[in-house]
Design a protein around this ligand. Structure first.
Ligand SMILES: Cc1cc2nc3c(=O)[nH]c(=O)nc-3n(C[C@H](O)[C@H](O)[C@H](O)COP(=O)(O)O)c2cc1C
Length: 420
């Protein structure tokens, strides 16, 4: 089976028999300069995915002390509004997701953009703190200017993307393109460091290819230039997303520097998060593709760390989740409707369809629901399909596919936007 998560020794699954070893627990806290990240889990930046609605949704979905619904509540769970209230009427104090990140934003674009357009890229709400903004670019001065904008906007930290394999980004020497130019990276580190007081971090891959692995030098350089943390997606640029992330390089980076090291790549389950910490000693784990398919993963990690086991989502949980996300999306459309076009949330129906696709993996009959959703033309039709589907499920009259989809988190979701 693909992925490290499936090969780890899970001795500590039963807390009564095996206490989870301390060195395998995802840490309760990581400090990036003055920013306290608690617990030490990070939502990875994902272009086309981690906009403000998704980020807040993940924060809220990660509440791990929220009461489970009582059976009476489930019986009454007939209206979307009620479902949403249950899911969102709490604070993020106990969220299992310690740090949010924006998707990558072009430093050139940001420096040139008008104020209103910046709003679309840099909008966040109070309940997103702590939150970092990620930038990409190749010009030190432009990146420094963009970092200043990020600081003025109120972000808790600024992150530099050195991992993006996208051709248009690499073509202009941004993202992973810079991995072949360490002197330029050094200039960028210096310029940005001088420009802002907020913590400055960098996210990178191991190197361009196996013949040119530079992550240790890069991490040491980051430390020497005053960066506050590093995050490694343990693959090379040439690897794209193929093969397995090579966590041993996270361990090596951890040994090479004293600043916090965030490990990233192929975490799909709480067991895998614990295994990454055990194998690498990393200070925090960063989770990307698993989050849209299993928005509970951060909460599950928190639970797993605390108790050695974790709850799996029920049908009601999924209904609440989809309803909550859709409602948040519609609220955002409403909240931004009077702003200039460039600052509005775009294509809510498209987003609904996309997220419904990811969320319904693991739901019995999910394939049928996805087909119905894809045929819907409006947001209201999508909502009606979801309501009807779950009403039938909760009433027990499930007309399902022959083979139920597996619960939990089998694979990364189909239909993720392409980031290469
Ligand atoms: C759709 C998509 C968009 C991504 N966008 C970004 C991005 O904007 N910035 C970045 O640093 N990494 C980006 N990544 C990479 C992720 O942050 C992460 O490093 C990678 O997916 C590996 O982690 P995972 O195995 O937990 O998904 C993206 C990945 C995906 C799948």
């Amino acid at each position: 089976m693909a992925g490290k998560g499936f090969t780890v020794n899970k001795d500590w699954d039963n807390p009564k028999e095996h206490a989870m070893p301390a060195e395998a627990r995802v840490p309760a806290e990581m400090r990036i300069g003055p920013v306290v990240v608690t617990p030490a889990t990070v939502l990875a930046p994902m272009a086309g995915v981690t906009d403000t609605v998704f980020r807040r949704f993940i924060r809220h979905a990660s509440l791990f002390q929220a009461d489970k619904l009582s059976s009476e509540q489930v019986d009454r769970l007939t209206s979307r509004q009620e479902a949403v209230q249950i899911e969102t009427a709490t604070t993020n104090e106990n969220s299992g997701c310690g740090l949010l990140m924006t998707e990558f934003t072009s430093a050139d674009g940001l420096a040139r953009m008008r104020e209103t357009k910046r709003q679309r890229y840099l909008t966040f709400y109070d309940d997103e703190h702590p939150i970092g903004a990620q930038l990409f670019g190749a010009n030190p001065e432009t990146l420094a200017e963009a970092a200043r904008i990020v600081e003025e906007t109120g972000f808790d930290l600024v992150d530099l993307n050195l991992g993006c394999p996208a051709k248009r980004v690499v073509g202009s020497n941004g993202g992973s393109g810079l991995l072949r130019d360490l002197p330029r990276i050094e200039e960028i580190f210096r310029a940005v460091r001088k420009a802002v007081k907020i913590p400055f971090t960098v996210k990178f891959r191991m190197g361009w290819n196996d013949a040119d692995i530079i992550c240790l030098e890069l991490a040491r350089m980051a430390e020497a230039e005053g960066l506050d943390a590093v995050a490694l997606h343990a693959r090379t640029r040439e690897q794209g997303y193929s093969g397995q992330a090579r966590w041993e390089w996270i361990a090596r980076v951890k040994q090479a520097v004293k600043i916090p090291v965030i490990g990233n790549g192929d975490i799909r389950t709480p067991e895998a998060a614990a295994a990454m910490v055990a194998e690498t000693g990393c200070d925090a784990v960063m989770i990307g593709r698993a989050a849209p398919a299993n928005p509970w993963i951060f909460r599950q990690i928190a639970q797993y760390t605390a108790t050695g086991s974790y709850q799996r989502p029920t049908v009601e949980d999924r209904y609440r989740m989809i309803s909550a996300y859709f409602q948040m999306l519609l609220d955002e459309v409403e909240a931004t409707k009077d702003l200039p076009r460039s600052a509005r949330l775009g294509d809510p129906e498209g987003r609904m369809k996309q997220f419904a696709t990811w969320f319904t993996h693991g739901v019995v009959g999910g394939a049928k629901l996805r087909r119905a959703i894809y045929q819907s033309r409006t947001g209201a039709q999508v909502l009606a399909q979801v309501d009807a589907f779950f009403a039938a499920q909760l009433a027990g009259s499930t007309e399902t596919d022959a083979s139920p989809e597996e619960d939990g988190l089998p694979e990364f979701p189909e239909g993720m936007p392409v980031y290469d």
